[in-house]
Design a protein around this ligand. Structure first.
Ligand SMILES: Nc1ncnc2c1ncn2[C@@H]1O[C@H](COP(=O)(O)OP(=O)(O)OP(=O)(O)O)[C@@H](O)[C@H]1O
Ligand SMILES: O=P(O)(O)OC[C@H]1O[C@H](OP(=O)(O)OP(=O)(O)O)[C@H](O)[C@@H]1O
Ligand SMILES: O=C(O)c1cccnc1
Length: 465
């Protein structure tokens, strides 16, 4: 997408036209991007999508064809003249890609005039919600795999070309390679591939299929052993070939199990390979895997070295979407709130920033949402968002502001991280999140507080409604 101005909801354009024609277009605003519910019943979110989103914001403009299309849809010619030269010239403050984030804590703050900030809403939500969901799912899968490699097999089951960003997000979350060649080239990711049943089926004889493949791919030969019968045919044929290759000083890299009881079959396969002197041949497995199946397999002492994961990881099953939202917090210096019957949906007023406090061991202790104008050193206590008497002293703790200035007046201020760099950052951060937050069942809830000033401002606002 070169000019991606049309990659938006139509209401962003109709609202922006109305801001422009009603003379509100120069209002200066602050928006927050945050989410409300941890996906997968987990205890956190892995934030991903920053690099892609920032690049697309830079390209958020309109070609003559786009302008003509909008003219056909009834957009006023005076606003079209404005859009012709449109370029986002605001500021963005964001958590780093790979950061571990929590519900209701603003991940990103977007500031500028109301038209430019409104126009990019849909684009940001589209990219950030999707990549964060898939990075989080992948990270959960890697946690279950306890250090064994996860390979992304998802492109065929992904939601259309969303697979491009999803495969990248999977690498941020911890997959070591992807089968998605397009994403691998575009984002410089490790690419990986074994063989399908069609290869084996295309030969009269399974052994012959294995042999021809190993001759053509001597360094990267992972044999799919379940086309006919894993233990009675696939494994014996793989071992026969491995024995012959060994005599020539060559070897196969591994086998892949793709059906049946993966725990039982992997243990049997390991024994057969080991007994034949092939301790170095790895066992990989696939077939509708997810974090729960992988956890269970390892609890059953499955002897699997690497997992290929497709459908469940690339679609973020069973959640399908992250509920990330983009909410106006301030307009022309005046704080704004969205009030709702549902307390979860009441937003916090005014331009804000986020402070993370660390305990004496350097572990995450609390996040605080504070007013943008506050000095962190002046904050002594933070307050529970809804229970008045609950507060915590943070005065003596190490702290860090999490939203970094990534875009100034439309110019990118940082080197956009690669997927690998964001993954490395995630690895560092994951050591600082106490282990109870990783539980799949009833994970510990990470505590988030408000500064006194922010809490008072919100309470005054609500009391004066
Ligand atoms: N030992 C195991 N413990 C828990 N889950 C397993 C175990 N072995 C396999 N699974 C999972 O059980 C499910 C089996 O699905 P299914 O019955 O469709 O597979 P299959 O019949 O073996 O293979 P296919 O239909 O592809 O030939 C998959 O999600 C697989 O990952
Ligand atoms: O199971 P997933 O996690 O989605 O991983 C991708 C699946 O894609 C391939 O199968 P294929 O497309 O040939 O289908 P099948 O094995 O389900 O018949 C591969 O053998 C995996 O089983
Ligand atoms: O490389 C593989 O084995 C692979 C890739 C995509 C889907 N299933 C398997």
């Amino acid at each position: 997408m070169n000019n991606c101005g049309l990659y938006t909801d139509f209401y962003e354009i109709t609202m922006s036209q109305a801001f422009f024609l009603s003379g509100k277009g120069n209002s200066q605003v602050s928006f927050d991007y945050f989410y409300r519910t941890n996906p997968f019943g987990g205890g956190y979110l892995i934030f991903a999508g920053l690099s892609d989103a920032i690049e697309l914001v830079k390209r958020f403009n309109f070609s003559e064809e786009d302008i003509a299309f909008l003219a056909e849809k009834g957009i006023d010619s005076r606003f079209l003249d404005y859009l012709r030269d449109f370029k986002f010239q605001g500021d963005i403050y964001s958590m780093k890609e790979g950061e571990i984030a929590f519900p209701r804590v603003p991940i990103m703050r977007i500031e500028g005039n109301i038209i430019e900030c409104q126009l990019i809403e849909t684009l940001l939500l589209n990219i950030l919600n999707y990549e964060s969901l898939i990075a989080t799912k992948t990270f959960r899968i890697t946690q279950a795999a306890r250090g064994r490699n996860i390979i992304d097999f998802g492109i065929r089951r992904a939601h259309g070309t969303g697979a491009v960003q999803a495969s990248k997000a999977a690498i941020i979350g911890g997959a070591v390679a992807t089968s998605n060649v397009y994403a691998a080239k575009r984002y410089n990711l490790e690419v990986s591939g074994t063989m399908a049943h069609s290869w084996v089926q295309s030969f009269q004889d399974e052994y012959e299929a294995f042999k021809v493949f190993s001759d053509i791919h001597p360094d990267n030969c992972i044999l799919l052993v379940d086309t006919y019968n894993t233990l009675r045919s696939g494994l014996p044929n793989a071992i026969k070939l491995a024995n012959e290759l060994k005599a020539q000083g060559r070897k196969i890299k591994g086998i892949r199990l793709d059906s049946g009881d993966l725990s039982y079959l992997s243990r049997k396969a390991r024994k057969m390979l080991d007994d034949a002197g092939h301790q170095d041949i790895i066992i990989t497995a696939s077939n509708q895997l997810n974090e729960h199946v992988i956890k269970s397999l390892l609890e059953q002492d499955a002897r699997i070295d690497a997992f290929g994961v497709g459908t469940e990881m690339i679609t973020g099953k069973p959640d399908s979407s992250l509920d990330g939202v983009y909410k106006l917090a301030e307009c022309d210096g005046i704080s704004r709130m969205k009030v709702s019957e549902n307390i979860e949906k009441v937003t916090l007023p005014g331009a804000k920033k986020v402070v993370r406090y660390y305990d004496h061991d350097g572990m995450f202790y609390r996040d605080a949402i504070v007013k943008r104008s506050e000095k962190v050193e002046d904050i002594k206590e933070i307050f529970h968002p809804s229970v008045d008497y609950k507060k915590t002293t943070v005065e003596a703790l190490q702290s860090e502001e999490l939203q970094k200035h990534v875009m100034s007046k439309g110019e990118i201020l940082i080197d956009l991280p690669s997927a690998k760099e964001s993954h490395e950052y995630l690895m560092e951060r994951s050591k600082q999140l106490p282990s109870e937050h990783y539980r799949f069942i009833s994970p510990h809830i990470y505590k988030v507080g408000l500064s006194l000033k922010l809490k008072q401002e919100r309470d005054n606002f609500l009391n004066n409604l």
